[in-house]
Unconditional design. Sequence first.
Length: 438
Amino acid sequence: MKPATVLIVDDTPANVAVLADYLEDQGLRVVVAQDGEEGLARAHFVKPDLILLDVMMPGMDGFETCRRLKAHEAVKDIPVIFMTALTDTGNVVQGFSVGGVDYVTKPIQIEEVLARINTHLSLRAMHRQVSEHNQTLRQEVAMRLQTEAELQAIGNEQRSLIAKLQQAHEQLLQSEKMASIGQLAAGIAHEINNPIGFVNSNMGALQGYFDTLFGALDDCDEAIKQGADQPHIAARYAQIRKGADIDFLKEDFGDLMRESLEGLKRVKDIVQALKDFSHVGESNWLAADLHRGLDSTLNIVNNEIKYKAEIVKQYGELPLVKCLASQLNQVFMNLLVNAAHAIKEFGVITIRTGCTGPDWVWVEIGDNGQGMAPDVMKRIFEPFFTTKAVGSGTGLGLSLSYGIVNKHGGRIEVSSEPGQGCRFTVHLPVNPAQAEPA
């Protein structure tokens, strides 16, 4: 089979050179263009299998270039992946609205670009296969009736293609999870900056206080050396204490030290929460403390929730649960953030836990927000279904959560009425069958 062709449209030669060299090393055929007009011309001439399109270019930007591509029958089905430093929701939504299938952020991680290219080339190849098989089927029906054996063979082939499409769908869900982790890391960096800032400031002040204190003590020693029996020594010492404000320094030193230790503890807690949440590198089923996972997730999403709701914990006694802890933490994060978004002004989010017999545990996350109508509740676990405004959500959070809980052999129950809030209850087996070695 001939190698797939990738058209790169970017006005920065250095970026194009590095990316083109890497993709060619991976066995892809690369064609380049330096602006939107040239990109349109080469797309019509070469008919590439995929286009990497820079958003910010002089003249015609990437969004307009994509619109014009999609307006032509000959090239409208070519998948377009945007390359952009504009990562706000509005620009991402605009990219999808003009016909893009994906986007990568600058500075580009070259391995990520290759992974996304391979995913969309596979999807397009499967789409072509389905189209070709459908055309063949229409032609055969026009000529003669299909025999039962032929229909069975075609059915088996179609089932195989559906299975492959399902795998691609799960890959997209995983990509959504990784995007959430990236946003999470940015939030953690923001949270760490504040305690680090005041710790550094306090340490600088402490240094100044120590310098002043030791200088005053040196002056006292010098005054005492002048004569212990001379009355002016005591007066001089009192003057030095007053000038250096020794009493204030002693009092403020304790306050500054306590603040510094508190700041360092906050940094330590935040970093530990990130580790507990992500469980980086863990791919095995391990016995985990769900309460610890909930607490670390609360630390992670604190900035999202603290202005919207008070957290009320009603933890029961839970055994350790064999699970993929990082995936369950992803479920807890989605449910907590959704609960905060459901509250208009300021409300209460309640987290309850407990056991159902010796083999099952449950985690309930409830809010006193807007609630949901029955017709909405029927669709909340559908991929891409969302009640949020355009650009405020992808509709994948609850779908991903449903898949994770199902993978653990559990289930999610939801109870809600309009204006009465909502409760999501996650039921999990203590020792799921999926965790047992084959």
